[in-house]
Design a protein around this ligand. Structure first.
Ligand SMILES: C[S@@+](CC[C@H](N)C(=O)[O-])C[C@H]1O[C@@H](n2cnc3c(N)ncnc32)[C@H](O)[C@@H]1O
Length: 255
């Protein structure tokens, strides 16, 4: 049966069958994750920064990396984006996203793909969304480098959990070898390595402080244009401060 003709009971059954959900999405009045530990998430977060996204995205293309059940993909389609592509490595989340978009009557493409493989898309997007995935990556700077090189045409919407100091030190362009104090300051850019788990989750790898988020975005070639919410940044693709881009390791055996 087509999702847009499902009864309330049928929607409830499909929500249960496709769960558990990380995104709480309203499907014709039925919430997918009503007991989310962060409240009505990500709607509560979206409301704090939605004003920095253009009201109309007509004529624009959007790539939502780590789209989960498609909350942000759907909001972008509601703002009129011509094309929205959501990618995620998790088939179960992609199944939720496809169902939610269909129930809401929104035409969005969802594809299984890792952020490390975005070069395969051979396409640039006017807006790339990279929300809530940075700290789940073993190679976060590589991911930003690949986004810059392959898929970002203009805007990047970025969010990362942050831990550590929220200050941002003024960093000199160089320090001599015997200068060590800046590294001990809470406002120096720092990535905290999670060897095992955080919040019972083994997919956390590197949790940055605020200074680190901002420095890494700049280093990857993104100019911060708005910081509407503690964890959220809107950036524009700019000139890269350094010439070196993503690494492409050789794989041995002459390949
Ligand atoms: C915390 S959720 C964030 C979901 C959504 N972007 C948001 O901000 O609400 C992280 C998502 O990233 C996905 N993910 C993790 N590693 C990934 C990778 N290498 N490439 C693409 N998606 C990935 C997970 O499956 C999950 O859906």
């Amino acid at each position: 049966m087509k999702p847009d003709t499902l009864s309330e009971d049928e929607i409830r059954q499909r929500i249960d069958a496709l769960g558990p959900w990380f995104h709480n999405i309203d499907l014709r009045g039925i919430p997918t994750a009503p007991r989310h530990f962060l409240g009505d998430y990500p709607n509560v977060k979206w409301r704090r920064f939605s004003s920095v996204i253009p009201d109309s995205l007509q004529g624009m293309s959007v790539l939502d990396i780590g789209c989960n059940a498609g909350f942000y993909s759907m909001e972008m389609k509601r703002r009129g984006a011509d094309r929205v592509l959501g990618v995620d490595t998790d088939e179960e989340y992609l199944a939720q996203a496809r169902f939610a978009a269909e129930v809401n009557g929104l035409h969005i493409e969802f594809r299984k793909m890792s952020t490390y493989d975005v070069g395969e898309l051979n396409e640039k997007f006017d807006l790339v969304i990279f929300m809530g995935i940075f700290y789940h990556l073993r190679h976060p700077l590589l991911a930003l480098d690949l986004i810059y090189e392959h898929v970002a045409r203009d805007l990047l919407l970025f969010q990362s959990m942050q831990r550590g100091g929220s200050g941002v030190d003024t960093i000199e362009r160089n320090y001599d070898f015997w200068t060590t104090e800046p590294f001990d300051s809470p406002g120096y850019p720092k990535l905290h390595f999670v060897e095992h788990k955080y919040a019972d989750d083994p997919t956390y790898w590197w949790v940055p402080n605020r200074a680190c988020v901002e420095a890494m975005l700049r280093s990857a070639g993104f100019r911060i244009t708005a910081h509407p919410e503690t964890e959220v940044y809107l950036c524009r693709r700019a000139a890269r401060p350094q010439a070196d881009g993503p690494v492409y390791p050789s794989r041995g055996n002459g390949r």
